[in-house]
Design a protein around this ligand. Structure first.
Ligand SMILES: *[C@@H]1O[C@H](CO)[C@@H](O)[C@H](O)[C@H]1NC(C)=O
Length: 386
């Protein structure tokens, strides 16, 4: 066999070396780009915002959408169009500041609530990212679950678990265009109060850094088939990471009637602003009135100003109870709930309780749904886990 010329052999060796280098750099590139995304998807502590995740979020937007966890299901616009019958008017179940919510049936038969975001591009994008980012990281039975999303071209849609009993607003303040519901009874109202306090407690106390909901109100409290409540709508939420002295200074957003006075006046935002909004919801549960009602006589139009002097008066508080309850409530429990509402809606933020204190005060008032021991036991275990 004749030996190959030396320069021919050299040429082959050089080509192979170059190819090898190219391959290795390609793989290195893949490895370097990957871990930041996969790390948080698999990390055990879902409540913790890791630095890598924030870096990842800012550097590469598509990165956060890669999660394989719950909520990571990606839908095409076509799929969701099909699920909602072409976004048919008949399937509209809600209409909020950030978009319209449709009831839809997904390809696998799951009934879901599909929220189509609208607004100017920037606001819509922020709300979309906040919901996907938060709900992918946070898991609590007191928050509405995100099943997936769609970021097809300019469309931004969120797919949530379907809550068959609608929102608290529809039950407390039925309007002619609403679906008609029976008035909620006293024990159901107390359980709803506790459930959504736990939702806020999860955001404020069990999440690092803490999350301020910023738009806590009746229409953002959803009810499942057993009237268990879950908190929804995180499009306006603020994470405490950009805190200065424990508070965030921000542009005032929120719904009138629910916004805490110090936040409305100065933009100073703390978890105590959510506690104020929570107090307003408690007042609605007690009285059946809306936060601001211009049809009522002067002095009764703003719920909080009308209610505050009555809340701590044992005789007056009875007069303000929602007539829809038809007297079916415990007077002792009423006085306790009224006292909780009174401290929550104080104008001085420092004197408002932590939401954890509210949870602790409500627990003894809420009976397990069936009253039987096994379900109560189950309830307590579920709480200690979350
Ligand atoms: C209150 O309403 C719930 C839900 O409709 C029902 O399951 C429960 O039995 C009612 N409780 C009372 C005391 O009427």
């Amino acid at each position: 066999m004749a030996a190959l010329p030396l320069n021919y052999i050299l040429l082959i060796v050089i080509s192979i070396t170059i190819l090898c280098i190219l391959f290795i750099s390609f793989f290195l590139l893949l490895i370097i780009r990957r871990p930041k995304c996969t790390k948080h998807a698999g990390s055990g502590d879902r409540n913790q915002i890791s630095n890598s995740q924030i870096v990842c979020y800012r550097q590469d937007v598509s990165c956060i959408y890669e999660g394989k966890k719950k909520g990571g299901q990606v839908f095409t616009y076509k799929e969701l169009e099909l699920a909602t019958d072409g976004f048919s008017e008949r399937n509209v179940i809600g209409n909020g500041g950030f978009g319209v919510v449709f009831r839809g049936t997904l390809g696998d038969g799951t009934v879901a609530a599909i929220k189509v975001l609208h607004g100017d591009g920037k606001q819509e994008e922020r709300a979309f990212r906040m919901e996907v980012d938060l709900l992918n990281r946070l898991t609590s039975s007191y928050l509405v679950e995100l099943l997936g999303y769609c970021a097809d071209q300019h469309h931004r849609l969120l797919v949530f678990e379907f809550m068959p009993n609608g929102n608290l607003q529809q039950h407390l303040h039925p309007s002619s265009c609403n679906h008609y519901y029976e008035p909620l009874n006293w024990s159901t109202r107390l359980r709803i109060a506790l459930d959504c306090a736990r939702g806020l407690e999860f955001l404020h106390e069990h999440t690092v850094p803490s999350v301020i909901h910023r738009d806590f109100k009746c229409s953002n409290i959803l009810l499942d088939h057993n009237f268990r409540a879950k908190v929804s709508d995180f499009g306006m939420a603020k994470t405490g990471s950009d805190k200065v002295n424990g508070q965030v200074v921000t542009r005032v957003l929120g719904t009138s009637g629910y916004v805490a006075p110090e936040y409305a006046l100065t933009g100073r935002l703390t978890t105590k602003s959510d506690v104020y909004s929570y107090g307003i919801v408690l007042l609605e549960l007690l009285t059946g009135r809306v936060p601001v009602d211009t049809l009522r006589p002067p002095g009764e139009q703003v719920l909080v100003s009308w209610a505050l002097p009555r809340l701590t008066n044992r005789d007056k508080v009875v007069e303000m109870v929602d007539p829809a309850l038809e007297g079916q409530y415990s007077r002792k429990e009423l006085i306790q709930v009224a006292a909780i509402a009174a401290v929550c809606v104080q104008s001085e933020a420092e004197y408002r309780p932590l939401i954890t204190d509210v949870v602790q005060s409500l627990i003894p008032l809420v009976k397990s749904p069936s009253g039987s021991t096994p379900s109560r036991l189950h309830h307590q275990i579920a709480i200690s886990v979350s």
